[in-house]
Design a protein around this ligand. Structure first.
Ligand code: CTP
Length: 409
């Protein structure tokens, strides 16, 4: 998050009192915060406290001659990397959904071309009201990301969903929104028609890079070819595809929402940000380990002739995580790259990771599969193992996409 600019719109609600803590957390990550305070927000938190913590002026009025001369409100929302609305009140959400621009906050939200994350906070009945849920659906459809609300005791004494997410959770959501390119799916009208029309599938692909220092990293030989072919095949059947890719050699296909990441941790967060999805295909060759004692500056030889001792920690297993996530897609497909006893190892992996299907492939060097144009896979499901003949990665992708369409039909 280092150097990123966050435009933080503070709405009116008791949870606005948690915003100073949020600003501290964001700034501790090296990001800048520009606070915008609504009139209602100013009833709960003072502009002075926000400005001191943010180290920047607080913007409040739409027609502020001094501020306008310095930086117009349009620029304010354009120079940000991310716009965060916290707390997002029922009223702010309604105005966002309707596209109103009747104060500084709503004008900025309408004028921005940057991703927007909202942290709703309101009374449980206001949250559950069909009008708020309708507005929420509209905002989601507009590609706006959401964190919370949490369930719990409310300031008004009632119990239920409506509490603003805790500052730590909002920070995580900000990190997820900033690390990858956030999800923007194709407009409905541009989607191909097919059996997967209206379905959303998340695909991971490529290797991950685990940094050692600013110039060195640990990687693997995955080209990303199979993952890209799968994303394209799913798109061709009409699916909306979120393509979460590490630094691959092949370009991502057209017509899918590309979310570029580097590390396994970023990949996990990016996958989470794409949910809910109807299916997930985890084709990435995720690095199993990351370096925990890496350096922010280039490591130098110390003259002793002894190499640095790199300390590693295990990365999150994205396939295992999504297989038991609260928002688990209906169908979860993993890959198993094995060099011996392919079916036995892959079947065990299917059970261990909790996914529905595993596509197993034999990656012994003499097969030429890793980095090559062809693949020979065995599909392992609850029903058993099914060998597919050796074919191009595009053909494997088309066959898998067709099977996914059948399973989701
Ligand atoms: N995978 C993942 N996250 C990880 C490691 C693997 O999502 N941190 C996924 C891969 O995308 C693939 C499947 O898990 O779909 C199997 O990956 P593989 O490397 O073959 O399995 P490992 O879990 O690493 O097991 P092992 O190395 O012990 O064979």
């Amino acid at each position: 998050m280092l150097g990123k600019r966050i435009l933080l719109i503070v709405g009116g609600g008791i949870s606005a009192t948690k915003i100073p803590a949020l600003i501290r957390l964001i700034r501790a990550e090296g990001a800048h915060v520009t606070p915008v305070l609504t009139a209602a927000g100013a009833e709960f938190v003072t502009p002075l406290s926000l400005s001191v913590l943010a180290g920047e002026a607080v913007h409040q009025a739409l027609f502020d001659v001094a501020a306008e001369a310095e930086i117009g409100h349009i620029q304010l929302s354009r120079r940000a990397d991310l716009v965060v609305v916290a707390p997002a009140t029922a009223d702010l959400m309604a105005r966002m959904a309707a596209g109103l621009a009747n104060d500084l906050a709503s004008t900025l939200l309408l004028a921005t071309d940057k991703p927007v994350l909202i942290a709703p906070a309101m009374n449980v009945r206001m949250w559950q009201h069909p009008a708020t849920q309708r507005n929420l659906a509209t905002l989601r459809g507009d590609g706006i990301a959401l964190v919370g609300p949490d369930e719990g005791e409310m300031a008004c004494g009632e119990y239920g969903p409506g509490r603003m997410a805790e500052p730590g959770a909002i920070l995580d959501a900000i990190r997820a929104a900033l690390a990858p390119v956030p999800l923007r799916l194709l407009p409905e009208a541009q989607m191909p028609r097919g059996p997967l029309a209206g379905r959303h599938v998340v695909v991971t692909s490529g290797p991950t890079h685990e940094p050692i220092d600013p110039v060195r990293y640990i990687a693997n030989r995955s080209s990303g070819a199979q993952g890209a072919a799968i994303a394209a095949a799913l798109r061709d059947l009409g699916a909306r595809v979120s393509f979460v890719t590490g630094p691959a050699q092949v370009s991502p296909p057209e017509g899918v929402a590309v979310i570029a990441v580097e590390t396994a941790q970023q990949m996990r967060e990016a996958v989470e940000a794409t949910l809910p999805a109807d299916a997930a295909v985890m084709a990435a060759a995720v690095a199993d380990w990351r370096v925990v004692n890496g350096s922010d500056s280039k490591m130098k030889k110390d003259g002793t002739g002894r190499p640095p001792a790199l300390e590693m920690a295990e990365n999150p297993d994205i396939l295992a995580w999504i297989s038991q996530a609260p928002q688990r897609p209906r169908l979860v497909v993993g890959f198993a790259a094995e060099t011996d006893d392919v079916i036995a190892h892959a079947s065990a992996k299917r059970a261990r990771k909790g996914c529905d299907w595993i596509l197993a492939n034999d990656v012994r060097p003499d097969t030429g599969i890793m980095g090559g144009a062809e693949n020979a896979v065995t599909l392992i499901t609850a029903e058993g193992a099914e060998d597919w003949p050796r074919m191009t990665k595009q053909a494997v992708a088309a066959r898998l996409a067709a099977r996914i369409a059948d399973a989701l039909a």
